[in-house]
Each structure stands twice: as C-alpha cells, then as structure tokens.
Design a binder for this molecule. Structure first.
Ligand code: PAF
Length: 279
C-alpha cells in the first residue's frame, strides 16, 4: 500500500498508471469502521486501483469542539486499509489542500441543502463540497463511493459532480449496521455502553416508519415517531423529516416505493448521530 502526504506526489504517481485502469476513490475522515471497509471492499471488486483519502476537513465543521473531538486513529486506519489491500492512501495536512485562511467555496445545491443537515449545520455542505471537489480533481477517479448513512451528502455530491461536469460515477453504498441496528459511525466511539443502548431507538423508529408508511399519513407518522424520541429525555432530537429521495424536500404525500426517506438527527451525551431509511 502506497501512502502519499502531498497531492503533487500522488498526482505524479497516478499519472504513471495505465490510462485503462479503473480508479476508485473512497474519501474519508478516518476513524475507519466496518462501514468504510464495505466501501473499500466494493471499490476493490469494481476497479483496478483503489485510492482512499483520510482527512478531517476543517471547513465542514461549524463547531470547533466537534472538529477537535473528531476521533483520530490513524495507525489503526492504515493497518485496516493495508489488510484490505487498499492500493493508495492520501493523508494530507490541511496545508496541502487549503491555502492559509482559505474558506469553503459557495456552491448552489438546488435546494438539496435546505433542510436537515443543511439547516442545523450552516455552511457544512459548502465545506464538504469544497473538499470533495479538491479531492476529485487530485485523484480524478472513474468511480467514487459514499455511504448512504449521509444521504444528504450523497445526493449533494451527485449534484455537484454533474454541476462541475466531472466524469465520475458516484455510488451510494447501503448503511452498515451494528447487530443492534445502530448505524456504524466514527462518532459511536464516543458513546458509553448505556448510550449505545439508548441509540438503538433511532433505527427501531426508522423501521417503524418504513413498516407503517401506508397505514398513517406522512404527518401522522412523523408525529408518532417524534413522540417516541420525546419519551426519552436523554435523547435530544434535532430533526425527524420524511422527504423525497430525489430533491430532499419534506413531503405531504408518499412518493412511489423506494423514493421516500425518513431522516433523523439526535444527540446523546452531546454526540450527534444521524441515520435514515429509504422506503
Ligand atoms: O463523509 C465524510 O467522511 C466526509 O464528509 C467526506 C466526504 C470525506 C468529506 O470530508
């Protein structure tokens, strides 16, 4: 496995590779878990060269404490990537990707950022899109893999890839879950045993929504589900939205099967978790 810390070295190396090779890219912020490993394995199956980046991107954090506390487990990450035969890891410092005091570029997301994460985390998606564009231009992959857990991020990345006219296929990979149903996330590392138990209500509620969708109206289902969280004072519900998969706008009537998404953000002991279900 080759490790590059400088974009110019990575670009030079990639230029030496045969043009016919299919290059897959898995951008991450490290603290890798089995969800990331699934992305790498999928990338391995479908390509000749797999590039993974590990970079905790400062411009997508609107809360400096969240940025500081973001778990960093670089030695374990590199060992895990090596075990999966990842070909290349790009491990830049902030200065390799951003010039001094550089701010996030302002994108137009066509309303995809209006609700949910976009509402609660001002500027977050501009930060994500800024770094993803930079990384895409460095790696220039044929395919890039993202987890469906961050469904809004996934749809926004698909949108900007088209908008920037980049010839990259964006593949969303279904959320990997713990046995308890809790979506795998780097942030789970910050939860106590008892918080992990409480967090299982997230997926249980999402399943409830999926199973009861035809029985209740969207409004009723949302109200019942919100009440489920409100019964637990330790769970601080930020939002629960039922939206259209394509434009991420809240719906009043269900779309056809497979085109609705219920999305939740919740804090438990100050750890913010998000999850969703497509139905
Ligand atoms: O999903 C993530 O880990 C990050 O938002 C990403 C896509 C690597 C950009 O920093």
């Amino acid at each position: 496995m080759k490790i590059f810390r400088l974009k110019e070295d990575l670009k030079s190396y990639l230029h030496t590779q045969n043009d016919e090779k299919i290059v897959s890219f898995v951008p991450t912020m490290g603290a890798l878990h089995n969800g990331h490993m699934t992305l790498i394995s999928k990338a391995k199956q479908n390509s000749d060269l797999v590039v993974c980046s590990i970079f905790v991107n400062p411009t997508q954090f609107n809360n400096s404490e969240d940025l500081e506390k973001y778990p960093r487990t670089i030695d374990e990450d590199l060992a895990a990537l090596n075990d999966l035969n990842c070909d290349i890891v790009y491990l830049p410092e902030v200065s390799d990707l951003y010039y001094e005091n550089e701010k996030a570029k302002q994108f137009h997301f066509n309303g995809l950022d209006k609700f949910m994460e976009g509402r609660g985390r001002k500027g977050h998606f501009n930060g994500v899109a800024t770094v993803v564009e930079k990384l895409f231009r460095i790696v220039n992959p044929n395919i890039a893999y993202f987890g469906q857990k961050d469904i809004q991020q996934l749809q926004i990345i698909k949108h900007i890839t088209k908008q920037l006219d980049l010839d990259i296929e964006i593949i969303g990979v279904p959320t990997k879950r713990e046995e308890s149903g809790l979506a795998m996330s780097s942030r789970n590392k910050r939860l106590s045993e008892s918080d992990l138990e409480k967090a299982t209500l997230i997926y249980k509620t999402l399943l409830f929504i999926k199973e009861n969708a035809p029985k209740y109206s969207v409004k009723e289902l949302k109200e019942i589900s919100i009440k489920k969280f409100q019964r637990h004072v330790e769970l601080d519900l930020e939002y629960l939205e039922i939206v259209s998969l394509e434009n991420l706008q809240p719906i009043e009537e269900y779309n056809e099967k497979g085109h609705n998404v219920a999305c939740v953000a919740i804090s438990i002991s100050s750890v913010r978790l998000i999850d969703n279900i497509i139905f």
